[in-house]
Design a protein. Structure first.
Length: 85
C-alpha cells in the first residue's frame, strides 16, 4: 500500500501589501495565490536550511584552522551571519 502525502490546510493572515504582491505574482505566473505561497514558503525554508549548513561549515573550518588571519575572517563572517551587518 502506497503512502500518499496528504495536503494540510493551513490558514494564515497576511499584511495587505504582502497579499497584493502574492496576487500579482500569481497573475504573472498564471497560477493561484495558494500555489505561489507554497512555492515561496518552500524556497524560504530551503534558504534557511542552506544558511544553517553554511554556518556549520564555517564553524567547522574555524575549529580546524590554525592560521590566526583565517580564524579572524571566519569569526567575522560567523558574527555577521549571527548578528547581521
Amino acid at each position: 500500500m502506497k503512502n500518499q502525502a496528504k495536503n494540510v490546510r493551513q490558514s494564515v493572515s497576511l499584511p495587505p501589501s504582502v497579499a497584493a504582491r502574492v496576487r500579482r505574482l500569481a497573475e504573472k505566473r498564471n497560477s493561484s495565490a495558494s500555489r505561489v505561497l507554497v512555492e515561496l514558503i518552500d524556497v524560504g525554508l530551503q534558504s534557511k536550511e542552506t544558511e544553517k549548513d553554511r554556518f556549520f561549515a564555517l564553524a567547522d573550518r574555524l575549529a580546524q584552522s590554525a592560521d590566526p588571519s583565517e580564524r579572524r575572517k571566519i569569526k567575522k563572517e560567523l558574527a555577521r551571519m549571527t548578528f547581521g551587518s
